[in-house]
Design a protein around this ligand. Structure first.
Ligand SMILES: [Zn+2]
Length: 446
């Protein structure tokens, strides 16, 4: 179950001290993959104890102050740097509270909310309001990315310096690219000055105007409107050039095409601070997996070819791609029922991300445990400059997930999320999040 904010019913809720006993701790931030008991006190990681030491040192604890993690992995809380929480304006599909609960169910302890809300998050006043709302309603840490341009209209820059001062963690017009290259350059200059990452949704709107299926054999056969890989890669290459010009830290959202991976590799060879993320659905699925015209598989960018899917997995393992992010994009049933052409693009992903990546990559030997946790926790913490997160070192925030790596389960048709537009509904997955802790408090338990 998921405990909503303010209803601290879980273990450790009262005493503030908790022991996660018997699990395999995987923490790339300290190059650790070993059996340890994790002692939590006052919302922080207090110590990682060798199992024999824990018994002597940690007595007496009440039964309620222990989590039995035997057979499980204990990892730093997952951090999703690409979530559409839909508040304000899209509350029929998701709210900050329900997005946070879905996150908790998926092992995520921190999420970065995208600014393509209604209205767009483009002012410090709205940011302050949403921060206060998240503080009150959300059971995980919610951070906010602010819009690069006013209303995400690509006409005038938003006040990036004031948004940064108000606590924005990234700058992006996600949902679309900043089309005007000169404006993108200035947004990057401001982001660099403010020490923020600029996240680009790489899509040339002219090239993608034809539709939202991958320009390949599957969509051709079905007669769907198509968008070519070059719509993504052309903007990725443009922005890599702008990152070199401005010195800005650039992050490419939801990379889907193998050519964009090559662009990213080239940028890294040049020593630029450019990174990229990939979604679980692009890692797990390709154009051939879209059943008919099922709008729950309509995503922007689209599911591409097998070669792309496989290149993304290879790039995640070798570090060309840095992060796994869900691009969690809830839509109400009615919106998705409008048919392929009319339905909005996007799928939910928070509750299935870890299990999908485990099933499709880790258990098939395509992704190491270390890279799995790096891409879902340590790297996003570093990129977003979260100094007390993404690690289980003593003194860090006690944000953690306990994962049963081989547990088989069937993804239900209904979700903790307010929406259920998932391509994985009904799928059989291997690996399940059993506990999620935020600041030492259990916010999800199975
Ligand atoms: Zn996007």
């Amino acid at each position: 179950m998921t405990w909503p904010k303010g209803e601290g019913a879980g273990p450790g809720a009262e005493t503030g001290s908790l022991l996660i006993r018997g699990g395999l701790v995987i923490d790339p931030s300290q190059n650790l993959e070993a059996r340890r008991d994790v002692l939590i006190e006052g919302g922080k990681i207090r110590a990682l104890l060798k199992p024999s030491a824990a018994k002597a040192r940690v007595t007496p604890l009440r039964r309620n102050d222990e989590i039995d993690a035997t057979g499980c992995w204990v990892v730093p809380g997952l951090i999703d740097m690409h979530v559409h929480a839909r508040e304000p304006g899209g509350e029929a599909a998701e709210t900050l509270a329900t997005a946070a609960q879905a996150a908790a169910a998926g092992g995520f302890t921190t999420i970065l909310a995208m600014p393509n809300t209604e209205p767009a998050l483009d002012t410090p006043a709205l940011l302050e309001l949403l921060k206060a709302k998240a503080e009150r309603d959300a059971c995980v840490n919610v951070l906010f990315a602010a819009a690069a341009t006013l209303g995400r209209q690509g006409q005038r820059l938003s006040d990036i310096a004031r948004l940064a001062a108000a606590g924005a963690k990234a700058i992006t017009d996600d949902g679309r690219a900043v089309a005007d290259a000169a404006l993108a350059r200035r947004a990057m200059e401001w982001a660099a000055d403010c020490g923020l990452v600029f996240i680009e949704h790489c899509e040339d709107a002219g090239l993608s105007r034809g539709g939202l299926a991958h320009e390949g054999p599957a969509a051709l056969k079905k007669g769907l409107g198509m968008t070519p890989w070059a719509a993504e890669t052309s903007i990725a290459l443009r922005d890599i050039a702008l990152a070199e010009l401005t010195g800005c830290r650039l992050h490419l959202a939801h990379v889907s095409a193998r050519q964009s991976v090559q662009a990213l590799a080239w940028a890294k060879e040049r020593g630029l601070t450019v990174s990229g993320e990939v979604t679980p659905h692009h890692l797990a699925l390709c154009e051939d997996d879209v059943p008919g015209q099922d709008a729950n598989f309509k995503i922007n960018p689209p599911l591409r070819g097998k070669e792309d899917r496989d290149a993304l997995a290879t790039a995640l393992q070798d570090g060309t791609l840095d992060a796994v992010a869900t691009d969690h994009a809830p839509h109400a049933d009615r919106a998705k029922a409008a048919g392929w052409d009319q339905a909005p693009p996007g799928v939910i992903g928070l509750e299935t991300a870890a299990a999908v990546v485990l099933t499709k990559l880790v258990h098939r030997g395509k992704l190491s445990k270390k890279r799995f946790i790096e891409s879902l926790s340590s790297f996003p913490a570093k990129l977003l400059n979260l100094k007390s997160k993404g690690s289980l070192k003593p003194g860090m925030d006690a944000d953690a997930a306990v994962i049963a790596p081989t547990k088989l389960w069937t993804v239900p048709e209904t979700f903790v999320s307010k929406s259920r537009n998932s391509p994985f509904a009904g799928a059989r997955l291997k690996g399940q999040v059993r506990f999620t802790l935020v600041g030492g408090r259990v916010v999800h338990a199975l």
